[in-house]
Design a protein around this ligand. Structure first.
Ligand SMILES: C[S@@+](CC[C@H](N)C(=O)[O-])C[C@H]1O[C@@H](n2cnc3c(N)ncnc32)[C@H](O)[C@@H]1O
Length: 194
């Protein structure tokens, strides 16, 4: 894909998400995509860290995973977890239409269970799922992040009350360097120093 195709594909996908969400009455049917500036930010982090392996928790229809794939080299592998089969199908269709299907592996199922069974390490982990489970998955997310790797949590401003446990865990924890980036819905970034 050339730069224009990438930009129009991402714009189109974002607009589809916005339209879907405005029509959906139930939260479960909404795609709840990241904002485009968050996509750019994630793409930048992936490039800065020379990420070769990226993990996403919460695929939805694949918008954020598409950003990560389209901002990085073809050798970069993205694994993304989603428990809603309709969203898995939507994401798969979107990845197929852009040739990203070989670079993005979707694991369908419950993230806490899947993460607890994973053993590979990742350079960048993006967490964007049911916030009630963030504390449950935290230890596995940290275990799966390599030293000097980065963990990003979405919704750190839009739902900051629900993120209190996560903030408390990281703040004052000398293993991590953290930053709350005022981008999109608020991106809480934690660098694993050792
Ligand atoms: C905010 S959306 C993700 C949006 C996506 N990152 C994007 O920007 O395109 C959160 C997703 O997490 C999924 N999810 C929620 N709880 C989950 C769980 N326990 N296991 C796996 N996926 C889950 C939801 O179905 C939903 O699609």
């Amino acid at each position: 894909m050339n730069d224009i195709d990438i930009e129009s594909f991402l714009n189109e996908l974002y607009m589809k998400g916005q339209i879907n969400d405005s029509k959906s009455i139930n939260k479960i049917d909404k795609y709840l995509n990241i904002t485009p500036d968050t996509g750019k930010f994630l793409g930048l982090l992936a490039q800065i860290t020379s990420a070769e392996r990226i993990l996403e928790v919460g695929t939805s229809n694949g918008y954020s995973a598409a950003w990560l794939a389209l901002c990085t080299d073809e050798a970069v592998q993205i694994t993304t977890i989603e428990n809603d089969s309709k969203k898995v199908s939507a994401a798969r269709e979107n990845f197929l239409s852009t040739g990203l299907v070989d670079r993005i592996k979707i694991i369908e199922g419950d993230a806490p269970m899947i993460l607890s069974e994973m053993n590979k390490s990742f350079d960048l982990v993006f967490v964007d799922m049911d916030r009630k489970l963030y504390l449950d998955i935290l230890e596995d997310v940290i275990r799966l992040t390599r030293t000097k790797g980065i963990i990003v949590f979405d919704n750190a401003v839009s739902h900051k009350e629900e993120m209190t446990g996560v903030f408390n865990y990281f703040n004052g924890n000398s293993q991590f360097h953290t930053y709350l980036a005022p981008i999109g819905k608020g991106e809480f970034v934690a660098l694993k120093k050792w």
